[in-house]
Each structure stands twice: as C-alpha cells, then as structure tokens.
Ligand binder design. Structure first.
Ligand code: PLP
Length: 460
C-alpha cells in the first residue's frame, strides 16, 4: 500500500514519506492508494478479545507493506492498550474515546503514529543518525496527546511550545511532567506566537538542512487513519448489546444481513468524522454521519447551501473544536469524489452555541447522572435533534441505532463543568499522578533565533 495526495492520484508516496511530510508537496492531504475491504466476521471476532486485537488486524491492511505484520501488531498493541467502551447515558449510546493516556480521543491517532513511525525509523537504522524532531505548538489540549504518543520512542524528540501562563495547570503537567525525549517550551507570548515560531522554522531552509524536523499535526495520515478503527469497535459492541442473536447467526456463517448504524461526531477539523467515512467505505455498515459543531459552523452551513466558506474561528467552551477552516474538508471531498449531493445524502450537520452546550451538560447530568465534556455534549444535542427531525418527518430512527462519540474526559474541563453541575468531575488516577511529578521545561521569549538554537542543540 502506498499513499497519494488528495490533489494528485498519480504520484505515490511511501508511508514514511507521507508521515514525515505531513502535507503533500502540492498542498493536499495524504490518502491511501486504495481502500481495503474488511472481513466483518473477522473484525467482530477479534473485537471480542480487545480493541487492540481488532485494530491490529485493520492496521495491517494499511501498513503491512511498510513494516512487518508482526511489527504492526506490536506497535498497535502498545499504542491502543486501553478501553473504548460503548456506554449508555439514559436511552442514548455513547462511545467513550477518552480512556487513553491523556484522556482524549486524539490519543488514538497520536499513540499509533508514535509507535508506527518509531518502528519505521528503527527499521531504517536512523536512530544512529540525527534524531527526528517533532515540532508542535499547542493552545493546551492537543499537544499533550502528541507528547504522550511519542514519549520514550527511540530516534524521536518532541519539542512542544505553549503560551506561558495560558494553559490550565493540568494541561501544563501533561507536557512538562513527562521528561525524557519530551522538551516543553513555555513561550512568553500567545498561542499565535507559538504557531508563528513553528511556521518560521518550517519556512527556514537553512535550519531544516541542519536538523531533521517535522510536525505531527492532526492532518497527518498516521494520525488520521487509526481513527477509523474505533468505528468498527463501536459497531462490534453495539451489535453484541442490541442484536446478540443476529451476531450469533452471522458468526456461525448463516446468511444474516448486518444492520446499519448512525454515528454522531463532535467535529472541529473533521479528521474524526472523515475517518468514520473511510470506515464505511471499508465495509462497515453505516447509515450515515452527523457532524456536531460548536459556533464554528462552516461545515453545517456548507451542507445547507453548497457553499464552502471558511472564516476565522470564534472562541467557544468546546475549544478543541474552534476551527474556522476545517483541514479535513478536502479528505471528505476526496472520499465523495467532490459530489455535493452524495455528501448531503450521507452526512448531516448541526451547530450549537455555548449556552446550548451548557444546558446539555446540565441535562445529561440531571436526567441521566452522566457527566459530559463540552465537546461531547454537542454530540448529545445533535443526536436528539436528528431523532426529533426524523420523528417529525415520519422517518424511522430510534435512539438504539445511533451512537454519539465522546471525545474528551470531563476531568479535563472541570472549569466549564463544575459551575454548571455544581459538581467537580472525577479526576482519573493517571492525570492526578502527573500533578505530583517533577516538571521539566524551558521558558523562552518569542524569538526564532532562540528556537533555532534549541533545535540545533537537540538535533545535531
Ligand atoms: C480535536 C478534538 C475534537 C475535534 O476533532 P476533529 O477530528 O478535529 O474534528 C473534538 N473534541 C475534542 C475533545 C478534541 O480534542
């Protein structure tokens, strides 16, 4: 399997090229050369063991030509050895994607990328040479998943920049308490300054000749692809709970059509939802997708009008979804061959204000005793809106065949949740431990020269 750009299918790239480049040279996003077809009975069987066992099988279809099948298995089992439970909040199903090391769904992509890229570099023997530096700027939440995903991987050093004093104590711990190959830089400036510094490095040919530097942002193929795995795992759990009889028949090899399901996905950059669309094309029985947005509603507007009009993002309480120009829009278009009508048949989109999100957090807590993070709460709102739209138009849809994805642990957003519910969310042990650990970081001013110097010291 090779990979190509969304803008040019003729030129093929290896997995290493695609993952180290991040963005294709023509500005497009990397896609698999072809979409492998999944054997559903194999996947449903493996899902009975664990998420990692099932994922390893799917991953091998994409990666087995780049690293050995045994290496795929080892990498994925290291990366994805956590639970991804399908739970019920009242009558609604939600897939909790936040039981990984940093309590957010981005752990799935970042950990898989760390392990697979680490394996590729190991095979090339590049750990003898200069380290590969992963340079990333974060406003708080996403940098921690990347730092954790690449933690202690030979041949790789992570440099993560964040604005000094502008991230929560917990977020800061997630980047500064790791140590080893994770270098945290606290920048005396804003998040935009951090991003500007990173861009300046990527645009500087001189420094890029001296040190091996790359990004690992969410559009990276190796972060995007593994997000398709949990859609299969959600389905496996759902069919076992809702249609156990059918599952038995199917597994016994009897003719039994598999029922379809609808996924609701809290969306910002649209990587998560587009990975679901990939899963459907691999053969997962999915009826359709619903994008749940905050006030950054470029995509729902596009579905309404056919016009794609990116604009500057606005700040909301679901801040990991504050994206005004979703990068993965191009992947969606590519998966649908730029067919707007086809997109509308398969995808719906709804957007919610901060006050609606807060009401949803309160409602979930009061009605069902379920605590949800602000991002995940948009998924709950979209689930209800879709169901009532179906009911109004006489279409069949019931809450038993919809799954909404929960993308982050409420523990990471206590400053939003506690004032709404009056209750502090429970902090999982693995986050609590970080708070007590020693912190390692460097404080720097907004200076490209300083950053260059740090990179040279680390990378030569
Ligand atoms: C990144 C993120 C999202 C948005 O995911 P996309 O793939 O960018 O659409 C939603 N919720 C949380 C908690 C996130 O961190």
């Amino acid at each position: 399997m090779k990979f190509h750009s969304t803008r040019d299918k003729s030129r093929l790239y290896s997995l290493q090229e695609a993952s180290v480049m991040g963005l294709a040279p023509d500005g497009g996003l990397f896609m698999p050369e072809y979409i492998p077809q999944i054997n559903m009975s194999e996947v449903l069987k493996l899902a009975q063991y664990s998420f990692a066992d099932m994922s390893s099988h799917i991953a091998s279809l994409f990666f087995k030509d780049s690293i050995t099948p045994l290496q795929v298995d080892e990498a994925i089992k290291k990366a994805l050895s956590f639970e991804v439970p399908l739970v019920k909040a009242g009558p609604y199903y939600t897939l909790e994607l936040f039981h990984g090391p940093t309590c957010a769904f981005k752990d799935v992509g970042a950990s898989s990328m760390g392990q697979i890229l680490g394996t590729i570099l190991h095979n090339k023997g590049e750990k003898e040479n200069k380290p590969l530096i992963i340079l990333t700027a974060t406003s708080g939440d996403t940098g921690s998943a990347v730092a954790r995903g690449f933690y202690d991987i030979p041949g790789i050093t992570v440099v993560v920049l964040f604005p000094n004093g502008k991230v929560s104590p917990l977020q800061e711990c997630q980047m500064t308490a790791l140590g080893k190959n994770i270098k945290a830089l606290k920048v005396n400036g804003t998040f935009d300054d951090c991003q500007m510094l990173v861009k300046a490095i990527f645009n500087n040919r001189e420094i890029r000749k001296q040190v091996n530097v790359t990004s690992a942002n969410s559009i990276n193929l190796l972060r995007w692809l593994p997000q398709s795995f949990y859609y299969f795992y959600a389905y496996a759990q759902w069919i076992a709970q809702e249609h156990s009889h059918l599952l038995k028949q199917f597994m016994a090899g009897e003719e039994a059509g598999l029922p379809e399901i609808t996924f609701v996905v809290p969306s910002g950059n649209y990587g998560n939802i587009s990975a679901g669309m990939l899963a459907k094309r691999m053969g997962l029985p999915v009826k359709g997708f619903i994008a749940a947005a905050n006030s950054n509603d470029v995509f729902p507007k596009y579905l309404e009008s056919g016009q794609y009009e990116p604009r500057p993002s606005v700040q909301t309480i679901a801040n990991a979804m504050d994206v005004g120009a979703p990068s993965n829009f191009e992947r969606i278009q590519s998966l649908f061959n730029n067919d707007y009508e086809a997109i509308c048949r398969e995808v719906k989109g709804y957007a919610y204000s901060d006050s609606q999100i807060k009401e949803a957090i309160l409602e979930l807590y009061r009605e069902y005793g379920y605590t949800s993070c602000p991002h995940s709460a948009t998924g709950y709102l979209a689930t209800k809106e879709y169901l009532s739209e179906c009911a109004n138009s006489g279409m069949k849809a019931d809450s038993n065949s919809i799954i909404w994805l929960s993308t982050a642990s409420p523990a990471k957003f206590s400053e939003v949740i506690a004032p709404v519910t009056g209750q502090m969310p429970h902090i999982p042990g693995r986050l609590q431990e970080l708070l007590d650990k020693d912190k390692e970081f460097t404080i720097m001013d907004v200076s490209t020269e300083t950053l260059e110097e740090i990179l040279r010291t680390l990378g030569e």
